[in-house]
Design a protein. Structure first.
Length: 344
């Protein structure tokens, strides 16, 4: 059986240093930590979880509270990237991940009860429905917690700059000569939907464009699916004065809009310029390839993991909740075109 003494012999570090890495001490450099962990993996070393838990008074387990209401689950482009980034950091630091639900052993419970039964050291929350009373019960607890895409001063949060990204999208359409710019909204019930809607309105005001309520449409409240985008676009096509540019709050919404436009015998970008948000993998393979606002979902997950682990390992450190907002990026492809002077 491989021991820490074998790892010490191979790496040249002392057994004490190797032990510190596996017990989560912070006075070991990242370079040293990486060498020891990589060597341990190569040798097939498995730490004694029970002994480590007793020594550090931690379970070395992080709970992931993840609810995705559309049925796509972790296959959803946003959540898949976030979870991958979170998992890589957490596992590199010796933590296991478990999913937190309201059911334990086939019986109903709450998120807080599940966290206590599993003995998690902290929890990351990705939860569109923040009205859930079990969520608020967890928020009121003392568990170290990181929220994604939420606005609160009761826990640290990580999100993309949804508002600024939306402003960038509208400004890009404006720079191409578009003045009648519509918004396919993800709804006001989600954090991202509300922030992207706000960015759209702020951009119109900044550019001196009139806000036409008929130009803000949604398919299904809080739903970012292709079908929702399709139904929203059909509403725009019923208007007497069509917009020339459309900003969709999500790439899947934009895909649905493309479908409705094609069904009408029209095309992108000849009849409508279309820009999305997220930069999902499929965006670059569409015809035409979708211009969009990219958010780095992997970085969202990575940042959330780093913040949560820091909170767990420095539980006695003073400091309030952090609100980290990550930048977005305009990705120009083929779904928008410049208008001529007589087109708008």
């Amino acid at each position: 059986m491989i021991t820490i003494y074998d790892i010490a012999r191979v790496t040249g570090y002392s057994p004490t240093t190797v032990s510190k890495v596996f017990n989560g001490y912070t006075d070991v450099s990242q370079k040293t930590r990486r060498i020891i962990l990589d060597t341990a993996a190569e040798l097939g070393y498995v730490p004694n979880a029970n002994a480590r838990s007793l020594t550090m008074k931690r379970s070395w387990t992080i709970g992931m509270l993840f609810v995705e209401p559309t049925g796509t689950g972790i296959r959803h482009p946003y959540f898949a990237g976030v979870i991958e980034g979170f998992k890589k950091v957490a596992t590199s630091q010796g933590y296991d991940l478990i999913f937190i639900s309201k059911d334990i052993g086939g019986r109903p419970s709450g998120y807080l009860e599940h966290c206590k039964i599993r003995g998690v050291d902290g929890v990351v929350v990705i939860l569109p429905d923040h009205s859930d009373p079990y969520f608020h019960e967890l928020m009121d607890s003392s568990f170290p917690m990181i929220m994604l895409d939420y606005d609160t001063d009761r826990a640290s949060t990580v999100s993309s700059d949804n508002t600024e990204g939306s402003i960038t999208a509208v400004e890009y359409l404006y720079s191409l000569g578009h003045r009648r710019i519509a918004h396919i909204s993800g709804g006001m019930s989600t954090f991202a939907g509300a922030r992207r809607n706000l960015g759209y309105k702020q951009a119109l005001a900044k550019l001196g464009l009139t806000l036409d309520p008929a130009y803000i449409v949604e398919g299904i409240e809080g739903d970012y699916t292709v079908d929702s985008g399709y139904y929203a676009m059909r509403k725009l096509l019923e208007l007497k004065d069509w917009p020339t540019g459309i900003f969709a709050a999500g790439d899947n919404l934009a895909v649905g809009a493309m479908r409705a436009i094609k069904e009408k015998g029209l095309s992108v970008p000849e009849d409508f310029s279309l820009i999305g948000f997220d930069d999902i993998e499929m965006a670059k393979y569409l015809t035409p390839a979708l211009t969009t606002i990219r958010q780095d979902t992997y970085l969202l997950g990575k940042t959330a993991a780093e913040m949560l682990i820091s909170s767990i390992e420095n539980a006695d450190a003073k400091g309030g909740a952090q609100d980290v907002i990550l930048p977005t990026e305009l990705v120009i492809r083929e779904s928008c075109r410049r208008l001529t002077e007589d087109e708008d």
